[in-house]
Design a protein around this ligand. Structure first.
Ligand code: CO8
Length: 241
């Protein structure tokens, strides 16, 4: 799925976010969809929230509209979500990419949280998710100084999973998604939930969660199929059950 407001560098207007969340929910509800790629265009993944809209809205309107709460839906999707990032990935755009499960970046990608130069701060998870992913020092640098990270810096700091040549950003993200989609669907969802736990609980609780998720995976028909297919030297035919 590609964000398509090229004239505004895919600035995330309310309308665009509503359409995005609804489209993602529809895909998530479809069992046949085993991985989703979310991208922008070559010049921008997204240059942030729509600044024109933010300039017009009052704090209380923003509060009552519960706009930012809608973003939680993205984080709670069941289906793995791969961000394909080329060009600018700033502010809310960076937070959107951080809400995906992993990021594949073009060498042209630039990541930043420039909100303080507008007199506001990141509001859709930037101060929390970026810090957990890259650590305090880099997060402080990016959020306080407004410095943009190059794709290689983002890779070195753990923000992105892979950096690829300019022309390959979307193809590579699709390739990763196809790899993910080829695995056992039950196991993939359980594994995604378990990795997320690592960011939301203590190590001990996370390990217990992992163990129970493994037992559950073992109980799936997919596990029987995957283990048997290996011993029979054939490709597994997963049904997602
Ligand atoms: N919002 C609205 N319009 C934008 C945005 C944006 N975030 N970014 C770019 N545009 C528009 C420009 O206004 C311009 O429009 P026009 O052609 O009509 O003048 C067009 O896109 C192209 O942009 P530029 O001419 O500026 O292109 P440049 O190549 O010169 O510069 C930059 C590219 C550096 C990306 C520059 O556009 C820029 O600095 N953009 C703003 C980046 C920014 O500050 N992002 C943070 C926004 S705040 C935010 O995300 C808070 C999130 C809070 C959570 C969500 C709450 C709902």
């Amino acid at each position: 799925m590609l964000l398509n407001r090229p004239q505004q560098l895919n600035a995330l207007s309310d309308e665009l976010m509503d359409e995005l969340v609804t489209a993602l929910q529809d895909l998530d509800a479809d069992d046949a969809v085993r991985c989703i790629v979310l991208g922008g265009n070559e010049r921008a993944f997204a240059a942030g929230a729509d600044i024109g809209e933010l300039a017009r809205v009052s704090a209380i309107e923003l509060y009552y509209a519960r706009r930012i709460e809608r973003w939680d839906t993205i984080r709670n999707l069941w289906t793995p979500l791969v961000a394909a990032v080329s060009g600018y990935c700033l502010g809310g755009g960076c937070e959107l990419a951080l809400s995906c499960d992993l990021i594949v970046a073009s060498e042209s990608a630039r990541f930043g949280q420039p909100e303080t130069s507008l007199g506001i701060i990141p509001g859709a998870g930037g101060t929390q998710r970026l810090t957990r992913v890259v650590g305090k020092s880099v997060a402080m640098d990016v959020i306080l100084s407004g410095r943009l990270l190059t794709a290689d810096e983002a890779l070195a700091s753990g923000l992105v999973a892979r950096v690829v040549a300019k022309e390959a950003w979307l193809d590579e993200a699709k390739r990763v998604a196809r790899d993910i989609a080829s695995k056992g669907p039950v196991a993939t969802r359980l594994a995604k939930e378990a990795v997320d736990r690592a960011y939301e609980s203590t190590l001990q609780l996370g390990l217990e969660y992992e163990r129970r998720a493994l037992y559950l995976a073992f109980a799936s028909e997919d596990a029987r199929e995957g283990l048997t297919a290996f011993t029979e030297k054939r490709k597994a035919d997963f049904k997602g059950r």
